[in-house]
Design a protein around this ligand. Structure first.
Ligand code: DCP
Ligand code: MG
Ligand code: MG
Length: 534
């Protein structure tokens, strides 16, 4: 009999606020919000109880809630560090480390192996004479270690831990349903360990795939969890707006609605519930409007089918990219200024993500990639990218930060920018993204770093003569110049294509006006703030 995966989705509650509270516990008692540029990117639950909303414009929030305390959250380094710490901590509890990170504050845990091992123990109990009627199994010891039978926790299996997404506990309390019940207790245990040892509350979802677990987990917050049994999945999903289903972006939603409603009564055009869309459309319509792969994928998602599985996140990212959005950049001087600022942030990120606490590099990116978006292609248009080898000076500890930045901008980014704009006489750029990709393990300590990079991109002699002996700050010690990065940490693995279509990146878009990274489904609402402001 094939068994379905058991997936837990975790999302830290009011994450940036929780990190701030961690460093300043006084904040726990008061209503406060974290500000990035002109937006409140999040607020704690004390503030939410008073009506403050995530992604509210700062000016509105301050006017409406004069007592609201505002904390500047433009330096992302503390959030990034806390996110990593929590990820490692959770991962240590999951067999095989099957944990995928989504952004800074979400994790997917594939606990199938742990559940199956414990199911086998339950079966043994059954064989030993216990009835499968779980009322007669007073307490079950869930083992967290295959080797050590004393490591684990006790739980009462006759009930689900946490909330039910919808419906009641299934009649058939065996097989996959029972495995989900075990999953709910495991989720409860993992969350309680994270809270007890690390001090962070989370909201959890337990189901048979990532989409269902994530969607369920978002229904009871904060510090709660929700279980969704497969037989109720369709009923549960049917009530949501399709834009609320993870991975269905703003643009996909509007393409689908356009396709559906062009032949229907416009009065119904507002009804974008999963139920309605499923009944008014069919798979072919999705494929015709979104293409074979996306069409099938999104149609399946609306039916609770998500075969993507948990992809364990590697310790070292596959790429690091930093970007910002603008109303308009039309001169090379402006472009250079922005590229220098982004490069500074990129170097900070490389030090945080790719350097260990001794200052040794854990990974060496080989390639620099510059991507831009022009006003002509619109807010959601495609990007143009160009790549070249990354100058090895970025790994230098003997040149000053200023020296490295100037080198990087003038020898790498600006030439790439010229290639991107080609023969264009004038340009109008709304987005710039600088990335380092092709991150490889560095050579062993004994080998010479310059020989490793020498064949790819020589450091010019004039640079070697760089005179300022100022070591680059070590990991975590850098002053973050993160203002305007507008990204909560997750980088969707963009293709190395020259033209990258970004809209289908399910994990967020940078707002072109304020630079905030907004999840695709929130972008429309977010843009309305700006429209109203203008
Ligand atoms: N974030 C951001 N910009 C956005 C969305 C989020 O900077 N457009 C940041 C701030 C959040 C963090 O990412 O703290 C996680 O996002 P969530 O949507 O999970 O929001 P919170 O964790 O703050 O709140 P919740 O308790 O609703 O999960
Ligand atoms: Mg959260
Ligand atoms: Mg989140």
């Amino acid at each position: 009999m094939s068994r379905c995966p058991i997936i837990i989705a975790l999302d830290w509650d009011a994450f940036y606020c929780s990190v701030e509270e961690h460093f300043n516990p006084e904040l726990k008692k008061i209503a406060f919000a974290v500000q990035q540029k002109q937006i409140i990117c999040t607020c704690n639950y004390v503030a939410r109880a008073q009506g403050v909303k995530k992604l509210q414009r700062l000016v509105d929030a301050v006017k409406q809630f004069p007592g609201l305390v505002i904390v500047n959250g433009e330096d992302l380094s503390r959030y990034r560090d806390a996110s990593k710490e929590l990820w490692y901590f959770a991962r240590d509890m999951v067999w095989g480390g099957k944990v995928e990170r989504l952004g800074f504050d979400e994790l997917f845990l594939d606990v199938t192996d742990m559940i199956d091992f414990n199911m086998a123990l339950l079966d043994n109990l059954h064989v030993a004479g216990y009835s499968r009627n779980l009322h007669s199994v007073p307490s079950f010891f869930f083992r967290m270690s295959q080797e050590d039978p004393s490591v684990g926790f006790s739980c009462q299996l006759e009930s689900v831990a946490g909330n039910l997404a919808t419906g009641s506990i299934p009649e058939d309390f065996e097989g996959d349903n029972l495995r989900l019940v075990l999953g709910s207790h495991l989720c409860q245990y993992i969350r309680s360990q994270i809270l007890g040892i690390k001090g962070y509350t989370s909201s959890g979802g337990v189901s048979i795939n990532k989409t269902l677990a994530k969607t369920a987990g978002a229904t009871h917050k904060p510090n709660q969890q929700t279980v969704l049994f497969p037989e109720f999945a369709q009923d549960f999903l049917d009530k949501f707006d399709i834009g609320k289903i993870p991975w269905i972006g703003h643009k996909s939603k509007s393409v689908i609605l356009d396709a559906i409603y062009k032949n229907h009564d416009p009065d119904r055009a507002r009804d974008a519930t999963v139920f309605n869309v499923r009944h008014l459309a069919n798979k072919q319509l999705f494929i015709n409007s979104l293409g074979q792969s996306s069409g099938e994928k999104l149609w399946d998602l609306l039916h609770g089918v998500d075969p993507t599985g948990v992809q364990p996140t590697p310790d070292i990212p596959t790429q690091i990219s930093i970007e910002d959005s603008f109303r308009s950049l039309t001169s090379l001087i402006e472009v250079r200024t922005v590229l220098r600022r982004l490069s500074n942030s990129l170097l900070d990120r490389m030090h945080i993500d790719l350097m260990d606490s001794n200052g040794d590099w854990l990974g060496h990116p080989q390639t620099a990639r510059l991507s831009t978006r022009s006003r002509s292609t619109g807010y959601y248009g495609s990007r143009s990218s160009r790549s070249d080898s990354l100058p090895s000076i970025v790994f230098s500890s003997s040149h000053s930060r200023d020296y490295i930045l100037d080198y990087l901008v003038d020898r790498c980014w600006m030439p790439l920018f010229s290639k991107v704009i080609g023969d264009m006489k004038a340009f109008d750029i709304v987005l710039l993204n600088v990335a380092v990709v092709n991150i490889e393990k560095p050579p062993s300590k004994s080998s010479d770093i310059t020989s490793f990079f020498g064949k790819k991109h020589h450091v010019n002699n004039d640079i070697k003569d760089g005179h300022i002996e100022e070591p680059i700050a070590k990991r975590g010690k850098l002053a973050g110049e993160y203002a305007g990065l507008g990204e909560p940490g997750f980088e969707f693995p963009l293709q190395e294509d020259e033209d990258v279509i970004y809209e289908e990146c399910s994990y967020g878009e940078s707002c072109v006006v304020c630079g905030q990274r907004i999840m695709s489904f929130a972008l429309e609402a977010h843009m309305r703030f700006h429209e109203l402001a203008e």
